[in-house]
Ligand binder design. Structure first.
Ligand SMILES: C[S@@+](CC[C@H](N)C(=O)[O-])C[C@H]1O[C@@H](n2cnc3c(N)ncnc32)[C@H](O)[C@@H]1O
Length: 374
C-alpha cells in the first residue's frame, strides 16, 4: 500500500463521488481523487491512507476527459477555493446532478430526475463574501485546502469573487471582504464585525460581516422563490423558519400573511432578525433541537435550512409531530438531505426537489426539497 507523499498511477477514474472527489482504482486500491474527472487516467500524489481507501490529488493528467479545460486562474487547485475550475461549467452541473441523484437514492430511497439549474452570474465573479488570508509580507491570498498555508492571489485577483472584492490589496491578517447588495464593499478583520445591508425578496436585511448570508448575489432571491412556490403559504397560517439566520424566509412568509416563529443559534443573527422582520415574527436564540420545545404545538408550514450536518432525526421527529401541511428543506449538502428525507419519508411525500448551482467552479450545490403530509 502506498504511503502519504507517494506519486502513484495511472489511476483509472470511474465516477464522481460526494464531496467533489472522483473515485478511481490503482492496483486494486480505491482512490478518492481531487481534481480528476470521470474517464481520466491520472498520476496522483497520496494525501491520506485509510484502512480501505486512499485520498489523493492529481499531479499529472495522462489521459484527459473531453470535458477538461484549462483553469482561468493560475492558483486553481492550489488555493482551497475552486476545486472544479478544471471542468466545463455545464459538465460540473452534470456531475453535481449525478451526486445529488446518488445521495438521494442511496440515503433517502428517492429517485430524483431533475437537473441542476444555472444561476447568473456564472461561472466567474459571483462570490460576494471572501475570507482572505495574508502572506508573511502582506500580500492577499487564500488558504490551501485543509491547511493554514497561504496561497497568494494571482495579480488579477480571485476569479470567483465579484470584481469589487476580487483584489483586496495589502492585508494585515485574516480579512473578511463583503460586497453587499446595498452600499460600498467592506473589508474588515476576521475578528471584528460590522453590519452590511443586503437586498432580497423585496426587503432590506441587516447582516453581520461575519454572520451567515448566502455568497451568490442571486441565492437569497432564488431560494426564497423556490421555497414560497413549494409551500404556497396562506394567510393566517403558522410557519416555522428553522435555522433562520437573519430571518430570510421568515420575512417573505410574514409578507404572505403567516404568523412566523424563527430559531437560530447565533445570538447576533437573532437580534438582527428581530430588526429585519420586526412585525409578524418572533425569533428565539437557541439550538433548533432545544428551541422547538418552546414553539407552538401546531404548525402549518416549516422551513428547514440547516448547516451541512443536516437537521437530524431528533429535529425531524419534532417537526413531524407538528403535522405541518408542507415542509421546505433547503440543503447545502445532498447527503444530509438524503438522510433527513429518509426520516421524513414515512409521513411525508416529496413533491419535488430543485437544485441550484449557487457555487460555480466548485463541487458545492444547493437543493430545495418540498414535502407534503401523506
Ligand atoms: C445555512 S444557514 C441558513 C441561514 C438562513 N436561513 C439564510 O438563508 O440566510 C444555517 C444557519 O443555522 C445556524 N445554525 C447552525 N447550527 C444550528 C443549530 N443547531 N440550531 C440553530 N441554528 C443553527 C447557523 O448559525 C446559520 O445561521
Amino acid at each position: 500500500m502506498a504511503v502519504v507523499g507517494d506519486i502513484v498511477g495511472p489511476v483509472a477514474i470511474e465516477r464522481v463521488a460526494h464531496g467533489g472527489h472522483c473515485v478511481g482504482r490503482w492496483e486494486g486500491v480505491v482512490h478518492f481523487v481531487r481534481h480528476a474527472l470521470p474517464g481520466e487516467q491520472v498520476m496522483v500524489k497520496v494525501t491520506e491512507v485509510a484502512k480501505r481507501y486512499v485520498r489523493s490529488d492529481v499531479v499529472e493528467v495522462v489521459q484527459a476527459s473531453p470535458e477538461r479545460v484549462t483553469p482561468r486562474c493560475s492558483v486553481a487547485g492550489l488555493c482551497g477555493g475552486c476545486d472544479w475550475q478544471h471542468a466545463e461549467p455545464a459538465y460540473t452541473r452534470e456531475l453535481k446532478r449525478q451526486v445529488i441523484a446518488e445521495q438521494l437514492r442511496h440515503l433517502g430511497g428517492y429517485t430524483w430526475e431533475g437537473a441542476v439549474e444555472e444561476v447568473e452570474p456564472a461561472p466567474f465573479h459571483w462570490r460576494t463574501r471572501m475570507r482572505y488570508a495574508a502572506t508573511a509580507d502582506g500580500r492577499p491570498g487564500l488558504k490551501a485546502h485543509r491547511s493554514n498555508r497561504v496561497v497568494p492571489l494571482p495579480p488579477e485577483g480571485c476569479v470567483a469573487a465579484v470584481p469589487a472584492i476580487a483584489n483586496p490589496g495589502r492585508l494585515a491578517g485574516e480579512t473578511i471582504a463583503v460586497a453587499p447588495g446595498k452600499g460600498r464593499p467592506v473589508l474588515v478583520g476576521a475578528e471584528q464585525q460590522v453590519l452590511v445591508e443586503e437586498v432580497a425578496a423585496g426587503r432590506y436585511w441587516r447582516v453581520s460581516s461575519n454572520g451567515f448570508w448566502q455568497s451568490h448575489p442571486q441565492a437569497a432571491d432564488t431560494l426564497v422563490q423556490a421555497v414560497l412556490e413549494g409551500l404556497e403559504p396562506r394567510a393566517d397560517e403558522v410557519a416555522f423558519d428553522l435555522y433562520c439566520g437573519v430571518g430570510l424566509f421568515a420575512g417573505p412568509l410574514v409578507d404572505a400573511g403567516c404568523q412566523v416563529w424563527g430559531i437560530e443559534s447565533d445570538a447576533e443573527a437573532v437580534r438582527l432578525a428581530g430588526i429585519n422582520v420586526s412585525e409578524g415574527a418572533e425569533f428565539l436564540a437557541a439550538s433548533v433541537a432545544r428551541g422547538l420545545d418552546f414553539l407552538p404545538r401546531d404548525a402549518d408550514l416549516v422551513v428547514l435550512d440547516p448547516p451541512r450536518v443536516g437537521a437530524g432525526a431528533r429535529v425531524v421527529a419534532s417537526v413531524v409531530a407538528r403535522q405541518p401541511r408542507r415542509i421546505a428543506y433547503v440543503a447545502c449538502d445532498p447527503a444530509a438531505l438524503g438522510r433527513d428525507l429518509g426520516y421524513l419519508a414515512e409521513e411525508y411525500q416529496v413533491l419535488g426537489v430543485r437544485a441550484f448551482d449557487l457555487f460555480p467552479l466548485t463541487h458545492h450545490v444547493e437543493c430545495v426539497a418540498i414535502f407534503e403530509r401523506r
